[in-house]
Design a protein around this ligand. Sequence first.
Ligand code: FES
Length: 143
Amino acid sequence: MALYSETVMDHFTHPRNVGVIEDADGVGQVGNAKCGDIMKIYLKIADDIITDVKFETFGCGSAIASSSMATQMIKGKPLAEAMALTNQAVAQALDGLPAHKLHCSVLAEEAIKAAVQDYYDRHGIAYDASQFPDCAHCHSHED
Ligand code: FES
Protein backbone atom coordinates (compact mmCIF):
# COMPACT_ATOMS: atom_id res chain seq x y z
CA MET A 1 0.00 0.00 0.00
CA ALA A 2 1.24 3.46 -0.78
CA LEU A 3 2.30 5.50 2.21
CA TYR A 4 -0.18 8.26 1.38
CA SER A 5 -3.75 7.89 0.20
CA GLU A 6 -4.82 9.33 -3.14
CA THR A 7 -6.89 11.88 -1.23
CA VAL A 8 -3.84 13.08 0.69
CA MET A 9 -1.85 13.36 -2.53
CA ASP A 10 -4.72 15.21 -4.22
CA HIS A 11 -5.00 17.77 -1.41
CA PHE A 12 -1.24 18.09 -1.16
CA THR A 13 -0.74 18.73 -4.85
CA HIS A 14 -3.96 20.76 -5.32
CA PRO A 15 -4.65 22.34 -1.94
CA ARG A 16 -8.01 24.06 -1.55
CA ASN A 17 -8.50 27.42 0.18
CA VAL A 18 -4.85 28.46 0.14
CA GLY A 19 -4.23 32.11 0.82
CA VAL A 20 -4.86 35.03 3.11
CA ILE A 21 -8.05 36.84 4.10
CA GLU A 22 -6.92 40.43 4.63
CA ASP A 23 -9.99 41.47 6.63
CA ALA A 24 -10.36 38.19 8.51
CA ASP A 25 -12.57 38.10 11.60
CA GLY A 26 -10.32 35.58 13.29
CA VAL A 27 -6.78 34.36 12.68
CA GLY A 28 -5.14 31.38 14.32
CA GLN A 29 -1.55 30.34 14.08
CA VAL A 30 -0.07 27.22 15.57
CA GLY A 31 3.25 25.52 15.26
CA ASN A 32 4.66 22.15 16.04
CA ALA A 33 7.75 22.65 18.16
CA LYS A 34 9.28 19.36 17.08
CA CYS A 35 9.17 19.70 13.32
CA GLY A 36 8.97 23.50 13.23
CA ASP A 37 5.99 23.48 10.86
CA ILE A 38 3.54 26.38 11.08
CA MET A 39 -0.12 26.63 10.09
CA LYS A 40 -2.19 29.78 9.88
CA ILE A 41 -5.96 29.83 9.42
CA TYR A 42 -8.03 32.88 8.47
CA LEU A 43 -11.80 32.97 9.08
CA LYS A 44 -14.59 35.22 7.83
CA ILE A 45 -17.57 34.86 10.11
CA ALA A 46 -21.12 36.16 9.79
CA ASP A 47 -23.97 35.22 12.11
CA ASP A 48 -21.88 32.41 13.60
CA ILE A 49 -21.32 30.89 10.16
CA ILE A 50 -17.88 30.51 8.61
CA THR A 51 -18.49 32.24 5.31
CA ASP A 52 -14.89 31.97 4.14
CA VAL A 53 -11.69 30.32 5.26
CA LYS A 54 -8.15 30.35 3.94
CA PHE A 55 -4.89 28.91 5.13
CA GLU A 56 -1.16 29.27 4.84
CA THR A 57 0.88 26.26 5.87
CA PHE A 58 4.62 26.26 6.01
CA GLY A 59 5.02 22.59 6.58
CA CYS A 60 5.04 19.04 5.40
CA GLY A 61 2.73 17.52 2.81
CA SER A 62 0.48 15.97 5.44
CA ALA A 63 0.07 19.34 7.14
CA ILE A 64 -0.83 20.97 3.82
CA ALA A 65 -3.30 18.20 2.96
CA SER A 66 -4.78 18.42 6.48
CA SER A 67 -5.25 22.19 6.21
CA SER A 68 -6.83 21.86 2.81
CA MET A 69 -9.26 19.16 3.95
CA ALA A 70 -10.04 20.87 7.26
CA THR A 71 -10.85 24.19 5.60
CA GLN A 72 -13.17 22.40 3.20
CA MET A 73 -14.89 20.69 6.10
CA ILE A 74 -15.66 23.92 7.97
CA LYS A 75 -16.46 26.29 5.10
CA GLY A 76 -20.10 27.37 5.27
CA LYS A 77 -20.53 25.64 8.63
CA PRO A 78 -21.56 27.04 12.02
CA LEU A 79 -18.75 27.87 14.44
CA ALA A 80 -19.88 25.10 16.76
CA GLU A 81 -19.25 22.56 14.02
CA ALA A 82 -15.77 23.94 13.38
CA MET A 83 -15.04 23.73 17.09
CA ALA A 84 -16.11 20.10 17.10
CA LEU A 85 -13.80 19.14 14.23
CA THR A 86 -11.19 16.70 15.45
CA ASN A 87 -7.89 15.82 13.91
CA GLN A 88 -9.15 12.24 13.66
CA ALA A 89 -12.05 13.41 11.50
CA VAL A 90 -9.64 15.30 9.25
CA ALA A 91 -7.33 12.28 8.97
CA GLN A 92 -10.32 10.05 8.25
CA ALA A 93 -11.58 12.39 5.53
CA LEU A 94 -8.11 12.16 3.99
CA ASP A 95 -8.55 8.36 3.90
CA GLY A 96 -5.95 8.06 6.61
CA LEU A 97 -2.51 9.36 7.44
CA PRO A 98 0.48 7.27 8.41
CA ALA A 99 0.69 6.97 12.20
CA HIS A 100 3.82 9.11 12.43
CA LYS A 101 2.02 11.84 10.45
CA LEU A 102 -1.11 12.04 12.55
CA HIS A 103 0.33 14.94 14.52
CA CYS A 104 0.24 16.99 11.31
CA SER A 105 -3.57 16.85 11.35
CA VAL A 106 -3.53 18.06 14.96
CA LEU A 107 -2.16 21.35 13.68
CA ALA A 108 -5.33 21.82 11.60
CA GLU A 109 -7.63 21.21 14.55
CA GLU A 110 -5.63 23.55 16.76
CA ALA A 111 -5.27 26.30 14.15
CA ILE A 112 -9.04 26.38 13.61
CA LYS A 113 -9.69 26.55 17.33
CA ALA A 114 -7.09 29.29 17.72
CA ALA A 115 -8.79 31.28 14.94
CA VAL A 116 -12.21 30.91 16.58
CA GLN A 117 -10.74 31.97 19.92
CA ASP A 118 -9.16 34.98 18.24
CA TYR A 119 -12.57 35.87 16.77
CA TYR A 120 -14.16 35.68 20.22
CA ASP A 121 -11.34 37.75 21.73
CA ARG A 122 -11.52 40.44 19.06
CA HIS A 123 -15.28 40.75 19.35
CA GLY A 124 -15.45 40.62 23.11
CA ILE A 125 -17.54 37.45 23.01
CA ALA A 126 -17.42 35.46 26.23
CA TYR A 127 -16.43 31.80 25.94
CA ASP A 128 -15.48 28.82 27.99
CA ALA A 129 -11.68 28.74 27.80
CA SER A 130 -11.62 25.03 28.59
CA GLN A 131 -12.96 24.21 25.13
CA PHE A 132 -9.72 25.51 23.64
CA PRO A 133 -6.48 23.58 23.83
CA ASP A 134 -3.87 25.08 26.09
CA CYS A 135 -1.81 26.35 23.25
CA ALA A 136 -0.04 29.21 24.94
CA HIS A 137 3.16 27.41 24.06
CA CYS A 138 2.29 26.73 20.47
CA HIS A 139 0.22 29.51 19.01
CA SER A 140 0.24 33.23 18.86
CA HIS A 141 -2.71 35.46 18.16
CA GLU A 142 -2.49 38.28 15.73
CA ASP A 143 -3.42 41.75 16.84
FE1 FES B 1 5.45 18.85 10.92
FE2 FES B 1 3.87 17.32 9.49
S1 FES B 1 5.95 16.97 9.95
S2 FES B 1 3.35 19.08 10.60
